[in-house]
Design a protein around this ligand. Structure first.
Ligand code: ATP
Ligand code: MG
Length: 439
């Protein structure tokens, strides 16, 4: 079977409220850009929202799809839908079942259980060559002995498309991937990125309803990945075909996809828009897998307040949390660091600490701060209990990772190991993940 591919990633500004599946009303967080998302804006989310509103109809539906290989369960019963025209990403660590799921969709693996619908038709038992999908693989799968044009024309030839139509479609597909005029070259005379484009053109020329891409960028170097990522997004908008891309790179998924399905050990953990996944991760696994985050052991008390390691007692923004063990989570960019104590403020908390470890990333660095314990809390809505003894560092020192933008006065003051600092944060930014949230 043919086709492979590779591409990379742009980045998007996190400037909009979550727009995903699960609107979680009042607790919208302040818009805090993440260093990894600051590089290049792509398209404003509301623009994509309106586009999606016209085509929210589903093109793929999985109902309890599962797959076992002997004793190995690669995919546990999984159900979700992919909407027509969307850029959908399957994201998860190595071995979580992404490729297996893609192969089930393409027809290369029969599922052990469940049903698969494409465009409303039950395709569970339909062979691969009769499904309206095309797959682009991770390794280059262009035929080395054929020219670029012949590679792209291959599927059309097999499908017995007339020569004149074939030539026209091949030309158009090569234009789409910006390889116009390269028909007669051999793959060996192309760069890695160009070969991936040939593979893309080969899949696109078949005009599939859904294009399945398995780690199409993984063979490319970082710079080319970034470029090809932007190209994929452009291409998808231009042709309007539904893209289902598999990746283990969270930044890639965040920057490209309209929606992301996060998988872990063969289970679907969460399916949401990038913003919702990042801002409201449903499980500890998702919170940890997407972006950087600080975790603190916590307990939800009977009165709805929370006691957390190093953070003290506070009333969380979320309602109806189950009583008992939980994890409090805080993103690095939500923490303000200063060398002097910040003024006490309604709804904010602070802790003293020492910079213990710095990692340099050029435009910013991360600093690990060892906390001495919560110094103070002036919670807005919390009734009493604000000055409880800091419940810090049981079972070791509590630490926080923060971001420091380099070449700023703040960086010159703070970015020194051993520097005494204050960390402060808004209590409403503390996300509580109940123990059942797993991970
Ligand atoms: N043909 C097979 N026979 C037996 N086990 C398999 C087979 N294919 C996959 N598996 C197992 O199923 C699980 C999921 O594999 P899969 O290839 O879907 O993972 P993945 O998420 O694509 O990982 P990666 O990111 O490394 O490509 C793994 O534990 C893998 O070892
Ligand atoms: Mg895989």
């Amino acid at each position: 079977m043919p086709n492979p591919e590779d591409i990379a990633r742009p980045a998007r500004l996190h400037s909009e409220a979550p727009r995903g599946e699960t609107p979680r009303p009042e607790t919208l967080r302040p818009e805090t850009p993440h260093p990894e998302t600051l590089r290049s804006a792509r398209m404003r989310p509301e623009q994509r929202d309106s586009e999606r509103a016209e085509s929210a109809e589903e093109v793929i539906r999985l109902e309890g799809i599962a797959k076992s290989f002997g004793a190995v369960t690669a995919v546990h019963p999984t159900s979700f839908s992919v909407r027509r025209g969307e850029f959908f990403a399957l994201l998860g660590p190595s071995g979580c079942g992404k490729t297996t799921l893609l192969r089930i969709l393409s027809g290369f693996h029969p599922p052990t259980a469940g049903r698969l619908f494409i465009d409303g038709t039950d395709m569970t038992a339909v062979p691969a060559n009769r499904r309206p999908v095309n797959m682009v693989f991770q390794s280059y799968a262009v035929f080395p002995h054929m020219s670029v044009g012949e590679n792209v024309a291959y599927g059309l030839k097999v499908a017995k498309v007339a020569r004149s139509e074939r030539q026209q479609r091949v030309r158009e597909a090569l234009e789409l991937v910006r390889l116009g005029g390269m028909e007669s070259r051999r793959p060996a005379q192309l760069s890695g990125g160009q070969q991936q484009r040939v593979a893309l053109a080969r899949a696109l020329v078949m005009q599939p309803k859904v294009l399945l891409l398995d780690e199409p960028l993984s063979a490319l170097d970082a710079k080319l990945r970034e470029h090809m990522c932007a190209e994929l997004v452009r291409l998808q908008k231009q042709v309007g075909i539904t893209f289902l891309i598999v990746t283990h790179d969270q930044a890639e998924a965040l920057s490209m996809a309209d929606r992301i399905a996060v998988m872990n050990h063969g289970h679907l953990e969460q399916l949401d828009s990038p913003e919702t996944l990042y801002t409201f991760p449903a499980t500890r696994f998702v919170a940890d897998f997407i972006g950087r985050i600080n975790f603190f052991a916590a307990e939800v008390l009977a009165d709805g307040t929370v006691e957390a390691q190093a953070l003290g007692k506070f009333r969380p923004a979320q309602d109806s949390l189950p009583q008992g063990a939980a994890t409090a989570a805080l993103r690095p960019e939500q923490i303000v660091v200063s060398t002097t104590a910040p003024p006490k403020q309604e709804g904010r908390s602070m802790a003293r600490g020492t910079v213990s470890l710095l990692a340099y990333y050029g435009d910013y660095c991360t600093a690990e701060i060892v906390l001495e314990g919560r110094e103070d809390s002036t919670e807005g809505e919390s009734e009493g209990g604000t000055e409880d003894s800091p419940k810090d560092n049981t079972g070791g020192q509590a630490k926080m990772t923060v971001f420091i933008i380099n070449n700023t006065p703040q960086a010159r003051e703070i970015a020194r190991e051993g520097q005494a600092v204050w960390c402060s944060w808004a209590i409403r930014d503390l996300l509580l993940i109940p123990q059942a949230g797993g991970g």
